[in-house]
Design a protein around this ligand. Sequence first.
Ligand code: PDD
Length: 278
Amino acid sequence: RTVYLNGAFLPENEARLSIFDRGFLFGDGIYEVTAVLGGKLIDSAMHMARLQRSVGEIGGRLPITTDEIVAIEKRLVEANHLTEGLVYLQYTRGVEDRNFFYSEDLEPTLVLFTQAKTLEHVAAVEKGLKVKSMPDQRWARRDIKSVCLLPQVLAKRAAKAEGFDEAWLVEDGMVTEGASSTAYVVTRDGRIVTRANSHATLPGCTRLAVLDLAREAGLVLEERPFSVEEAKTAAEAWLTSASNFIVSITNIDGVAVGDGMPGPMFKRLRTLYMENAR
Ligand code: PDD
């Protein structure tokens, strides 16, 4: 693969980073994951807006414009003949001898690479996914897409160990979101429920796109928290993320949601999302 590192396009085995990079030493960095379908970047403008915001919230500054970043992403997609998969981007504050306090004049690190992955025709669309609920052990600024992902790594490992596909994180009795996805339920009277954006969750780009499509289709949205109990007895449950688009959740903690199969509201929005992505 060709990757991007600080202004250069390189073969992946020639890209070298310092052991003093603050991303490595402190998790002092931000990331983004953008889907590629048919060689096209999906929801790109939203990912760039969120990147700008995250970097700003940690007092950083992107070394190049987001237009330049999109051009790099397109060049990587082309160079690697990527038709379907992901573009990963990581920004870190830069390189300096280890010190919690950082110098204001650091050159940030910017890394991008592509990953081939089937996103559209996956088994999860037909069968749905299983989620396990567990305590949300993350920090209080989850709106910042920080590279400090240890709580998510551990939550996913625990979920997978019991045969689940994703972890649903719970705080004060309410689902915040999935370990790497936004969480939804559909009530028995057909309302789509997901949390409003706040510091408690990452503002999902796929969420924005899906809610826009739902609104255009005249569906009823309710932005509020919901409990695991409500989700277990809901008509449908879903997750959205750049790496899954929208997928149905058919099992929560071993309890089938609805009839245990992806529901009609999910199918409608998945179809709308995929049509929109083309
Ligand atoms: N994760 N919530 C969390 C905690 C996430 O990590 C993600 C995305 C989302 C969904 O956001 P979006 O729709 O913009 O992808 C919600 C990415 C895919 C990842 O970590 O790989």
